[in-house]
Design a protein around this ligand. Structure first.
Ligand code: GNR
Ligand code: NI
Length: 167
């Protein structure tokens, strides 16, 4: 297993659109496992491959406290969405920034699992939010893009300064 490097906003590679996975093979299973390890180490509840600079449609999510419910979503598709929920979101690619985003409260998603088999899942609340947040990453979208331009500019300045101080 390996820890992967997480890209930080405003890195332009976070805006690349990820390509569909042709087959869930050993390479993809290794990516899923490394993404899980990286997500747990960073204390996140989800991670998209885009965030580790792999531009393929792979997401991992685990909302459990004890890291026992790792779910991989390969080529995830939202089949249905409804309702509205506002939640204070954060992102491992936007460290230290939290702000309210409105999303669908319920989604029905189809994806391939780590075993390559298709599955469907109905999600509400935080799981629904997380699935939408991760699929946004695969489409090159970071949650701060839902905020005002002024907030986006302030976040960019703050994170660039942080990055500079970390060198
Ligand atoms: O760890 C995470 N927490 C979180 C909280 C509210 C809404 C979305 C998230 S996802 C985030 C991990 C992450 O950046 N995934 O892309
Ligand atoms: Ni994120």
């Amino acid at each position: 297993m390996a820890l992967l490097n997480i890209l930080h906003y405003p890195d332009e590679r976070l805006h690349k659109v990820a390509k569909p996975v042709a087959a869930v093979d050993e390479r993809i299973r290794t990516l899923i496992d490394d993404m899980g390890e990286t997500m747990y180490a960073a204390r996140g509840i989800g991670l998209a491959a885009t965030q580790v600079n792999v531009h393929e449609r792979v997401v991992v999510i685990d909302l459990s406290e004890d890291h026992t419910e790792l779910t991989a979503f390969v080529n995830p598709e939202i089949l249905e969405k409804d309702g509205e929920i506002v939640y204070e979101e954060g992102c491992l690619s936007v460290p230290g920034i939290y702000d309210k985003v409105t999303r669908a409260e319920h989604v029905k998603v189809r994806a391939l699992g780590r075993d390559g088999q298709p599955f469907e899942l109905e999600a509400h609340g935080l799981l629904a939010i997380c699935i939408q947040h991760e699929i946004d990453h695969l489409n090159g979208k970071v949650f701060v893009e839902y905020l005002s331009k002024m907030k986006q500019d302030r976040i960019k300045t703050k994170l660039k300064k942080q990055e500079r101080n970390n060198l």
